[in-house]
Ligand binder design. Structure first.
Ligand code: TA6
Length: 278
């Protein structure tokens, strides 16, 4: 709870010392421990007081990815969600959260009625984050959405990303579109890429482990590291922290998701920590 006694965050304790922490602000996962290691990156300078989106963990991007009519990445990551319930099941534990439209969003340039139900579930070696989007309006609407996952890695230059070969990507640093030729992608400079319609599992290997990223109903994968020059421009990102993180973000951002009145869609990801046999 925060200083005035309001519920500020939910901490989940799962099997084999696994755990997760979710701030109600933005329903932002800010920690995920598996195999006794922290698997997410949160900047030491991140704001956790609700004054701006958390720099790290898994900020939720909805209803707009990137810049546009709304503030960058939309409003879901900077609103306080409602804690619904937590649940212990055979393999682990979960917590659910809800966000719906309010006066402010109805007065915004995205004035639609919606309900989001977000569920974070951990087992010994996995974390899933699943969103149910519902159109509670009288008219169809469309949106883009993404789970902005900051993975923690010992050294980003040593991280190997598999599963992107053959995909078309928009390179936002170079301002070009191209096809990924590499089976193994490494990040050794500022990268900001939207890989479109990625077919299968993407995994991020570092040391003797990898995190496998499985997703459903999210078409694209964003790969981002600000590197030193962009990190220096962010007040909530330490100058040398960029080497400890790699954003591998699941979403539908190169096209939109549209929902008719009353329609729902479930989208999400399953992150699994796996040992890499040498
Ligand atoms: O991760 C992709 C991206 O869209 C980058 O372009 C960069 O802007 C990043 O999100 C962080 O955005 P933020 O608004 O959280 O600073």
């Amino acid at each position: 709870n925060d200083a005035s006694g309001n519920l500020e965050r939910v901490v989940l304790h799962g099997p084999k010392n696994s755990s997760a922490e979710i701030y109600l602000y933005g329903a932002t996962v800010t920690a995920w421990k598996s195999g006794n290691k922290e698997r997410l990156f949160v900047s030491k300078s991140a704001k956790l007081d609700g004054t701006k989106a958390v720099r790290g963990g898994i900020p939720l991007v909805f209803p707009q990815f990137g810049p546009g009519a709304l503030p960058q990445h939309g409003f879901a990551r900077t609103r306080v969600w409602k804690f619904l319930s937590s649940n212990i099941h055979g393999e682990g534990v979960s917590a659910s959260f809800e966000l719906s439209d309010n006066e402010e969003t109805r007065a915004s340039l995205w004035p639609h009625k919606f309900i989001l139900i977000y569920k974070v579930d951990i087992t010994a070696d996995t974390m899933s984050t699943i969103m149910k989007f519902e159109n509670t309006d009288e008219a169809e609407f469309e949106f883009t959405s993404l789970m902005h996952t900051y993975l923690r890695v010992p050294d980003v230059a040593e991280a190997k990303v598999h599963g992107l070969q053959g995909c078309v990507y928009a390179d936002k640093v170079k301002g070009v579109r191209a096809v990924e030729e590499r089976e193994e992608v490494t990040v050794v400079a500022n990268e900001d890429r939207v890989y479109e319609n990625v077919p299968g599992v993407v995994d991020v290997g570092y040391g003797g482990e990898r995190v496998a990223v499985r997703r459903f109903n999210f078409k694209d994968i964003v790969l981002w590291n600000p590197w030193a020059e962009k990190a220096a421009e962010m007040s909530d990102f330490g100058d040398d922290e960029y080497s400890e993180m790699l954003c591998v973000e699941v979403g539908t951002v190169a096209s939109t998701i549209s929902l008719k009145p009353g329609q729902t869609i479930l989208c999400g990801q399953l992150l699994t920590v796996e040992k890499i046999s040498q």
